[in-house]
Every structure is written in structure tokens, then in C-alpha cells.
Design a protein around this ligand. Sequence first.
Ligand SMILES: C[S@@+](CC[C@H](N)C(=O)[O-])C[C@H]1O[C@@H](n2cnc3c(N)ncnc32)[C@H](O)[C@@H]1O
Length: 270
Amino acid sequence: MEENFNTIDEEKKVVIDSNEEIWNKETYDAWVNRFGTPEEAAARIKKNPEAVLSILYSKLGDVKGKRIMNLMGSNGNKAVALALLGAEVTVVDFSEGNKNYALELAKAADVKIDYIVSDVLKLPKEKVRGDYDIVFAEMGIIHYFTDLAPFMKLMYELLSNKGIALLRDFHPVSTKLISSRGSTAKVRKHKVTGDYFDTSLEEKDVSYFKYSEDDVPKKVFLRKWTLGEVVTSVANSGLVIKSLDEEPNLSSEVFDKGIPKTFTVMAEKL
Ligand SMILES: C[S@@+](CC[C@H](N)C(=O)[O-])C[C@H]1O[C@@H](n2cnc3c(N)ncnc32)[C@H](O)[C@@H]1O
């Protein structure tokens, strides 16, 4: 048993260190390839910050004057959209390239955001003061953790009383269970090929690879969690779950109709 725990600890460290190294490379260029220069991207966000926020906007409503923490906030597009709506936003992410893009994006949009380059699980104590109104993380978050408890604990500790935690991520039915083929709704076919209860780590191309100019994909290790595991870990952190929504493909009414694509858990610190 003891030996087993040591193996898991070592495995966790290797996973986080190797994911961090990968994320620090080339992200700035990948975002320019994907969204354009920070000036071009800022102009688009300024036109309609609500649209950039999508579900987040409908869940959070008026964010004017709110202190918001965006964990693993990447290139800062959500943070900048929230700042444009009057929120005071801090991002934590361990990629320096992301920080550079995000701060240029904020400058070009004429807003201020704070950006802390750090592993979220090693955030300095003085940054965790329990004074955020909202803490959120979304879209490609939980699979980076081989144990969800420390991340949920961090959400809890960052929040003030009555603060809201929001976690939105890819739905495990889509990421663990179903494999899909065909690029139009007409020819698209789905098969149940996965094991929903698989707990192994999966080696995958880093998500920004498709926008980078690299020939060889960078790899990250992912642990795909079931919905039950996620909800249970939020509840175990002490946060009180207010809602769990499962969302279809929001960019098309026909493509992958009927299949859950994302989920959003909202919880409160009471
Ligand atoms: C797929 S992105 C998240 C997408 C982003 N929230 C959005 O909506 O655009 C994952 C991010 O997590 C960051 N990341 C991964 N593990 C991390 C960790 N342990 N601490 C801090 N940042 C981490 C990566 O640098 C990357 O920017």
C-alpha cells in the first residue's frame, strides 16, 4: 500500500512538471496564429465581451465591481472580456507565453488585469486571502490534475463568504465515452468506444499544437474525470453546489445534436 502511494506522488510530480514545460513553449505565437495580434483580438472582444464569455456571462450576470479570479486563464481573453464589463480580474497560469499575450491583449483593450505566473497548486499563500467574489476555471482544466481535491480546496480558499465558484469543462460523455467521425452533421457517426470509468493517464497533443508552427506535437498527460468524480470533489471541498448544467454543442444546433459537450458546476461558499 505504502509503495503504491509513493508511486502516485512521483507520478503526479512528473505529470505537472512535464505539462508545465510544454505549456511554456510557443504559446504566444500559437495565439497570434489562432486569434491574430493582441490588437486584432482586443478589437473583436471589445465589440462583444458578453459573447466571448458565453455561458459564463449568463451564469454570472452583472460583474461590475466584482473581484474575480480566473484559474488557468490562458491567453486572457475571458479575463479581458470581464474587465471590459467592469470586473477586477486576476489570472493564474503557469505559462509565461500566455501571460505576455494576455497583458498585451489587456493593454490593447484599454483595461487592466493582474496575471500571476504560477502553478495554481503552488500559488503563494499571500495571494490566497479569501477575498474573491467569483473564482472560475473553464474549458480544459480538470484533466491536468491527477487528484481534484487540492484544486477544489484552492477554489474554496480563494473565495470570500458567499463567493461563487464556477467550473466549466468538457463533458466526459464526449471525452471519455464516445468517439465521433465525419466532418458534417449529415455524415457524422458516433460510437461508444471508451471506458467511462477508465482512470489511467492519457498522453495527448497539447491543445495549442494545432495553431503552432511546430512539426512535432508536444505531449501532455491527462486524467479524464467522470461527472460524478467532479461533482463529488466540489462537494467535498465544502462548497455548496447550486447547479450542474450539461450543455450541447453551442456553436451548432445540428452538429452532434443530442450529445452533451460541456458541463458547468456552480457552487457557493457559505
Ligand atoms: C486549455 S487551457 C484553459 C483554457 C482557458 N481557460 C480558456 O477558456 O481559454 C489550460 C491552461 O492551463 C494552464 N495550466 C495547466 N496546468 C496548470 C497548472 N498546474 N497551474 C497553472 N496553469 C496550468 C496552461 O498553461 C493553459 O493555459
